[in-house]
Ligand binder design. Structure first.
Ligand code: SF4
Length: 334
């Protein structure tokens, strides 16, 4: 058993770049820095929310942890051991111990298979039970996520969106993971169903001691489920703090805009565009200096030239903004 002080998952300056043909005219191929030097630690049993707009890199980060992408640079550790050598014990362990729940569970379910077969397949792949034991475990998993064992014989198209997401959760649990990467698991669901699925995920975490990385564009969801939140903008962490502090006193102007725009988790809520001017810039040609400067209401001349580094303000709080750098901020010199 690993020391409880060691994060269950840790990334060290991890980056994932993609080469793309969509560069400026005449400049040939370009590099999209989807994730750029992200260092985060997730403690056993907690939920870390990873928030940001579409294009911030949060899905790519989740896929790195799931092993679906290899990092361009940096390291990923599971219980203190690097998983980048695919032959290592840690790399083998993460294939079963880290599982994903995705936005569109339908796309990961084979329409030709019954739900029982789809869940049983995971048990088989990870050698969790003999063939004869699988139907009983499938039935238990369906009950765990609030479905009837009798539904094992039905195919995915017979289920509603919320039920399919429950099946997606049952499939993830079938591997008996420690860590679940939940990538926008609510955003394809009707608002009336979102709270049910969120409450199911919270209950499963308590029952099974799961650790979650919860990827979401919705800060109100992050507030309900997470203990800490990391805010991502164009592949970089701009703020990292306990979730209660993110809401009580957001430090980065981008976080503040997201918090002000966060809708409430009620049946009446509607999508509200963040209170930001302009759209998130193209990740291929990120603005120089602070990547947020074209949209920042507090921009200073230095912001256009010098990229702020993630400054550790306390054991639990970090921010990447010149306003909070005592060597650069005009606020600090007053
Ligand atoms: Fe705004 Fe400057 Fe801070 Fe960037 S560094 S968020 S532009 S104040």
């Amino acid at each position: 058993m690993a020391s409880p002080d060691i994060p269950i998952i840790e990334t060290r300056a991890v980056s994932r770049y993609f080469s793309t043909g969509r560069g400026s005219p005449g400049r040939g191929r370009a590099t999209l820095k989807a994730v750029d030097g992200v260092s985060l630690a997730i403690r056993r049993g907690e939920t870390l929310a990873l928030v940001g707009e579409t294009g911030s890199g949060k899905t790519t980060f989740g896929r790195l942890l799931l092993g679906l992408y290899k990092p361009t640079s940096g390291d990923i550790l599971y219980q203190g051991s690097s998983v980048l050598d695919s032959r290592s014990a840690a790399a083998r362990a993460v294939r079963r111990n880290i599982q994903g729940v995705f936005q569109d569970p339908y796309s990961s379910l084979n329409p030709a298979m019954t739900v029982g077969q789809a869940i049983g397949e995971v048990l088989k792949v990870h050698q969790i039970a003999d063939r004869s034991e699988r139907p009983k475990l499938v039935a238990e998993l369906l009950e765990t996520v609030g479905l009837s064992p009798a539904q094992a014989a039905r195919r995915p198209r017979a289920f509603s969106g919320g039920e399919r997401q429950r099946i997606g959760i049952a499939r993830a649990l079938a591997a008996r993971p420690d860590v679940v990467i939940a990538d926008e698991p609510l955003s394809a669901l009707d608002v009336s169903i979102q709270a049910q699925v969120l409450n199911l995920l919270i209950a499963l975490q308590e029952q099974r001691g799961l650790t979650y990385l919860f990827v979401t564009h919705d800060l109100d969801v992050a507030k309900h489920i997470s203990q800490r939140t990391a805010v991502l903008y164009l592949g970089r962490v701009v703020e990292y703090a306990p979730t209660s502090e993110i809401f009580a006193e957001p430090l980065h102007p981008y976080t503040r805009a997201l918090v002000e725009a966060a809708p409430r988790l009620t049946a009446q809520r509607k999508a509200i565009k963040p209170a930001l001017t302009g759209d998130i810039p193209n990740a291929i040609e990120r603005p120089p200096g602070c990547h947020f400067h074209p949209r920042c209401p507090l921009v200073m001349p230095i912001c256009r030239e010098v990229e702020p580094q993630l400054l550790r303000l306390s054991d639990s709080k970090s921010v990447a903004c010149h306003l909070h750098d005592p060597d650069r901020s005009p606020l600090a010199k007053q």
